[in-house]
Design a protein around this ligand. Sequence first.
Ligand SMILES: [Zn+2]
Ligand SMILES: [Zn+2]
Length: 253
Amino acid sequence: MRITVLGSGTSQGVPVVACPCAVCHSTDEKDKRLRSSIMIEENDTAVVIDAGPDFRQQMLRQQVKQLDAILITHTHKDHIAGLDDVRSFNYLSQKPMTVYATKKDQQAIMREFFYAFTEQPYPGVPRIQFQDLTETPFKIGSLEIIPLKVMHMRLEVFGFRLKDFAYITDVNHIPDKTMKLLEGVKVIILDALRKEKHLSHFTLDEAIEVARQLKVEQAYFTHISHLMGFHQQVQNELPDNMSLAWDGLIIDL
Ligand SMILES: [Zn+2]
Ligand SMILES: [Zn+2]
């Protein structure tokens, strides 16, 4: 199984010319973060978790020609805004894109992309086929996926476990039941927005603590704001088996 980090940033941390901060103008490639998303590949199966505003750019950069499904953690804009661009995959595969989302998130996506869900949509609109995402594990090709319910302030959000790997973005609390489901995970990619406290995201210290509790062999942190500081500087402060994720990071498991 191969994990590719497509993006490790947040809307607050995507470099914008107008931002006067040094991190947004850093020349280190690892400080250039697109919105958080990963791709998971095994044999002929490829799935992406979340499709934010940078989805198109991420698919171009990785030269992705085929996707079996998109899994949606939650429907904040930085995780779904790119769904319009599944139309190219529709065109190539001649079928709708399978999107796993909770019933509630399906409603939100249908509101957001209303033009794709009318009775007689225009030709060329993105075509999406929903699959219900619940706490029940499911399979896509050879990938066995265990949904992980976590809290993003008051919002229920899903993370995912595949074998010894877990991906949890946009979280500030992991319920005990989910901690149990995470037992034995060796590699985790986990939300760590910045160093200062935040209402709906783990801070770096909180994420380190969770990684320690889980006794993972390797933790990568994601959904990183520019307020976190320079990649290299923060990297030097982290325990040996923990790292900030970066765009383009590949993990073979
Ligand atoms: Zn969010
Ligand atoms: Zn987010």
